[in-house]
Design a protein around this ligand. Sequence first.
Ligand SMILES: C[S@@+](CC[C@H](N)C(=O)[O-])C[C@H]1O[C@@H](n2cnc3c(N)ncnc32)[C@H](O)[C@@H]1O
Length: 187
Amino acid sequence: MGERGTFLRSFVAHPREVGAVLPTSRRAVSDMLDLARVEDARLLVEFGAGSGVYTRELLRRMSPDARLLAFEVDRQLATALGAEIDDPRLELVTASAEDVERHLEGARVDILVSALPFTSLPTAVRRRVLDVSPGILAPHGVMLVLQYSPLVQRDLERRFASVERRLSPLNMPPAFLFRCTEPVDAR
Ligand SMILES: C[S@@+](CC[C@H](N)C(=O)[O-])C[C@H]1O[C@@H](n2cnc3c(N)ncnc32)[C@H](O)[C@@H]1O
């Protein structure tokens, strides 16, 4: 089964968690990652790796000694991705993004990339992920968020002093991209 087939199967099994029928387009991935200096980052985190469209492009742009922790809660997607990508910079974590602090062991994140479907996730999960995110960032850290609606913007603005919004119109459906900096609740 190809990348799209594996993704679609996971959507059918867990529609609220997967939140999209197709992986994000390469164009939207590129538009989003252009919003941060991936090549300068030492530690990167990805929430919701899915079939790996961001993972592969992050690894392509990352420096040779940087590290990427990619969280994917769906065991089938995580297994397929782990079998496909063999890169010592990648640590694939088959767990919920809610647990990110435990896996970081105090390290601070330069770039956090999320394509989690915040509007369809259970409210408690959405809140825990959004609450934990600002506090794991380094002082200059950036959180990039892809969504298919602007609804999450208010949640982001409560947690970050700066939230910039862009549209990636050629994605299907068009994608809203958020660049969040200056955590309000930085610990
Ligand atoms: C909209 S898909 C995005 C997949 C991929 N990043 C892309 O852009 O095509 C959302 C992904 O987040 C995963 N996911 C949902 N809830 C999660 C959670 N709490 N922690 C980690 N991953 C989660 C889903 O299994 C799914 O693979």
